[in-house]
Design a protein around this ligand. Structure first.
Ligand code: SF4
Length: 175
């Protein structure tokens, strides 16, 4: 079975990739870029992820372009809803690539994070599956949270300190 896994970064990929491979899945990653700001941070995460993918032999598709403006246009005046909008954009883009590539499933490393709205991601993933015709693979990867953290530190990976967008950077650093 082929699965396209939306991958937000290297550290968050470790446990989901390992788990999906254990289940016999052929895993390919999809790195979505528009929500990661500024661009230098986006590249830093991308390089970390690419290096991990090279080391562990999983193929990675990197989203083309960098539509910071499009991300902000969707979020402005809806800041309190921005994460749901962002989840939807990321999952929809992943499902569409999965459909073009004839993958059996799509999923996301967002399901690994203890800091995201897990139930919203699950519901949006299922809704996107209905609208695109590609099955959403749900798994609660949070069970491996500590394992992923420990392994990413052992590998010396860059570990970001905020979710991705400029709003989250402010939430993290502006007290
Ligand atoms: S905080 Fe994270 S999930 Fe929410 S909008 Fe920003 S990048 Fe997306």
């Amino acid at each position: 079975m082929k699965i396209l896994l939306h991958t937000c970064c290297g550290p968050c990929s470790i446990f989901p990739v390992k788990t999906l491979r254990k289940k016999g899945m052929d895993v390919m990653g999809f790195y979505y870029r528009h929500n990661i700001h500024p661009f230098t941070e986006c590249l830093k995460r991308q390089q970390t992820l690419q290096s991990y993918a090279d080391q562990t032999g999983f193929h990675l598709i990197v989203q083309e372009g960098y539509d910071l403006e499009g991300f902000l246009q969707k979020a402005v005046f809806r800041e309190s809803e921005r994460c749901r909008i962002c989840y939807h954009s990321r999952l929809k883009a992943t499902a569409l690539v999965a459909r073009r590539g004839k993958f059996d499933f799509f999923s996301s490393t967002l399901l690994y994070s203890k800091f995201q709205n897990h139930e919203a991601i699950k519901a949006i993933g299922e809704a996107v599956a209905k609208s695109t015709g590609v099955a959403f693979y749900y798994h609660d990867f949070r069970e491996g949270w500590q394992e992923g953290v420990t392994e990413s530190k052992r590998l010396g990976m860059y570990r970001q300190q905020y979710c991705g967008c400029i709003y989250s950077e402010k939430d993290r650093y502006y007290k």
